[in-house]
Design a protein around this ligand. Structure first.
Ligand code: FMN
Length: 300
């Protein structure tokens, strides 16, 4: 569907990225191709799928009591990375103790001591990586709090401090939507970036995939992509164009609502299967061998 055909609000960044995904077409490469592998390595660990959960918070309040750990178990059952958004120390420990491979995204609290305390806790409790989301300091109403706690924007120097403080723990910058911000993350020697607009917190946002394609020309660093991933074909297109792996939020929340833990587990499994089939019919044998020349851009 082109932008003109999309009946939704043209300013809506979710509609814009949907149009972008839908404008990307795939050629097939059957001869000599055989069932592809979806195993994926990150920070020294091996996963069964590059379909990860998004960094989510308040699931028990917003979805249903118990939704947070249901999603954690669904990720674990599929050999998938479990990202966490705003979380108490106890909640992070609960996921780690349940055997999940956790990436914890910490808010840039104005109280930087609190930020560093949480980073210290992440290091101690055995998460596989931690990070900060830089892109929701200013909400739509231009307020700047989470759960009543003030947030504060981050300078380039502070990003360097965060990464240094994380030490051996890989540190990720979430919420990159420009080459400029990616350059700050690179200079800070972040272990990875999430290319994202946080589910459309600004209107008319460039699709994260479009920015990621630009960035992929500049760096081989791990780049994760989220926003609007609906199925395994979106995962495929993202990875063909350079994503290391993708995160899924809204689609998994819907699956939780419909089928709780089993629903979320089935959704990750389905998306992985769709990805695997698409890899197979386009001659991509594993996640290290995506080829961007498979993608065509609709120009009619
Ligand atoms: C209920 C909910 C809670 C979220 N909480 C956080 C959070 O605490 N930290 C964060 O970095 N992103 C948070 N996000 C943003 C997601 O990580 C992700 O960037 C966004 O939802 C876009 O992906 P999606 O279109 O697949 O939902 C949250 C999103 C939702 C829907």
């Amino acid at each position: 569907m082109s932008g003109m055909e999309n009946s939704g609000n043209p300013a809506n960044s979710g509609n814009i990225l949907r149009d972008y995904f839908d404008s990307l077409l795939v050629e097939t490469r059957y001869v000599g191709s055989y069932p592809a592998g979806t195993e994926f390595e990150l920070f020294g660990r091996t996963f069964q799928t590059p379909v990860m959960t998004a960094a989510l918070s308040h699931l028990d309040e917003r979805v249903y009591p118990g939704a947070r750990m249901d999603l954690a178990r669904a990720a674990k059952a599929n050999g998938a990375v479990f990202w966490m958004g705003v979380s108490s120390d106890d909640e992070v420990e609960e996921a780690v103790e349940a055997g999940c491979d956790v990436i914890e995204i910490i808010k840039p609290y104005a109280d930087r001591d609190k930020f560093f305390r949480k980073l210290e806790h992440a290091k101690r409790c055995g998460v596989m990586a931690a990070g900060v989301d830089i892109d929701l300091v200013y909400k739509r109403d231009f307020t700047s709090t989470v759960d009543g706690e003030p947030l504060k924007e981050i300078s380039g120097e502070e990003l360097i401090d965060f990464v240094l403080e994380a030490g051996k723990l890989p540190f990720i910058v979430k919420g990159i939507l420009s080459v400029r911000d990616a350059e700050f993350a690179r200079q800070a020697r972040a272990a990875g970036m999430v290319i994202s607009h946080h589910g459309g917190v600004v209107d008319y946002a460039v699709p994260p995939l479009r920015i990621m394609e630009q960035l992929r020309q500049l760096t081989r660093q791990p780049m994760f992509l989220d926003c609007g991933i609906r199925d395994g074909l979106d995962v495929y297109k993202s990875m063909a164009l350079g994503a290391t792996a993708v995160s899924v939020g809204t689609t998994l929340i819907q699956a939780l609502k419909e089928g709780k833990e089993a629903g979320a587990a089935k959704q990750i499994e389905l998306m992985t299967k769709q990805l695997q089939r698409m890899m197979t019919v386009t001659g991509v044998k594993d996640v290290k061998n995506f080829d961007a020349t498979v993608i065509h851009r609709r120009d009619w």
